[in-house]
Design a protein around this ligand. Structure first.
Ligand code: AMP
Ligand code: MG
Length: 286
């Protein structure tokens, strides 16, 4: 695999993955049951190829993140949503492997605390959005407030229904102020979830991640799919797009995620900042 240090090479590599086919068009109706979680794009039977390509793009992501930090002009927000065992933790570990932890934060949104519940639902989210030069990954997000909250009827429908508009406006605010917003829904099948939940239960090193509530969420699978369909349809915009990432095969999931990220970062046409005046010709005394 060619090394991906120059933009030209990167563009050639990116051409091999048609990640745009996974983008949700604004207002596009979704039927998740008809989107194949096993999809391998053009890489079916070519996992080795996909992994080599992933490695090159992952290297490039590292370099771009360094540039993002050095330039200090742009902000990147990546929203990760999925059913339990959908692979959010895996994407964070694998796709962002090698980036400089000084420039990347992960914000995980759990069941809200009493103080958080005493405020509007975006109150706990806004402080975590990225600053200049930073990349932030949301492991779950404000979307829980139209997903689990809707399915478990934690607030009346009249209240959560208004949230799609708030969320669109909130994300538009971030974009207008200089943040790139990318949203990934990791799409696994119900069968794949059963397999992964069982593995989680059977593995002493993974069992701690299991919650009995995961079974209740699994029982409500169809209600969650309906909630995701509406959320993605109503909040995917040209400026803050959702992607439905086929996620049954982890290697393909990771490849699509890294391709979307690298493509978005390349489009920013970042440059290292100019060196301080007077630096030219400086030689360090031995
Ligand atoms: P995990 O990400 O697996 O550690 O689990 C976090 C849990 O917090 C999940 O069951 C989420 O559904 C739940 N959660 C996150 N945000 C909210 C919210 N706004 N309201 C209710 N539950 C939430
Ligand atoms: Mg969990």
């Amino acid at each position: 695999m060619a090394d991906a240090r120059s933009s030209d090479t990167v563009h050639a590599l990116l051409k091999r993955i048609d990640h745009d086919r996974y983008r949700v068009r604004p207002g596009q109706r979704l039927d998740l049951a008809r989107i194949d979680p096993e999809d391998n794009g053009d890489f079916s039977g070519r996992r080795d190829d996909a992994e080599a390509l992933f490695a090159a793009l992952n290297d490039r992501l590292e370099a771009l993140q360094e540039l993002l930090f050095a330039e200090g002009k742009h902000r990147i927000l990546v929203v990760l949503q999925a059913m339990d065992c959908g692979g959010k933790d895996g994407v964070i570990r694998r796709v962002f492997d090698g980036v400089n932890p000084a420039g990347v934060d992960v914000a995980s949104f759990k069941v809200p605390t009493e103080v958080e519940l005493a405020h509007d639902y975006l109150w706990r989210v806004h402080p975590h959005v990225p600053a200049n030069g930073k990349m932030v990954i949301f492991n779950r997000s404000h979307y829980e407030d139209v997903l689990v909250v809707r399915v478990l009827e934690l607030v009346p429908e009249a209240r959560w229904r208004k949230r799609y508009d708030h969320i669109r406006a909130f994300e538009q605010l971030l974009v207008d102020e200089g943040t790139t917003v990318l949203k990934f829904y990791l799409h696994i099948s119900k069968d794949e979830q059963a397999k992964r939940l069982q593995e989680r239960l059977d593995d002493p090193e993974k069992r701690w991640k299991f919650r009995l509530g995961d079974l209740a969420a699994r029982k409500a699978w169809d209600a969650y799919m309906a909630a995701y369909e509406e959320a993605l349809t109503r909040t995917s915009t040209d400026d803050a797009p959702w992607y439905v990432i086929p996620a049954n095969d982890k290697w393909y999931r990771d490849l699509v995620c890294v391709a979307i990220l690298v493509d978005a970062l390349e489009r920013l046409e970042m440059r290292f900042p100019p060196v301080e005046a007077g630096t030219e010709g400086v030689v360090i005394d031995a």
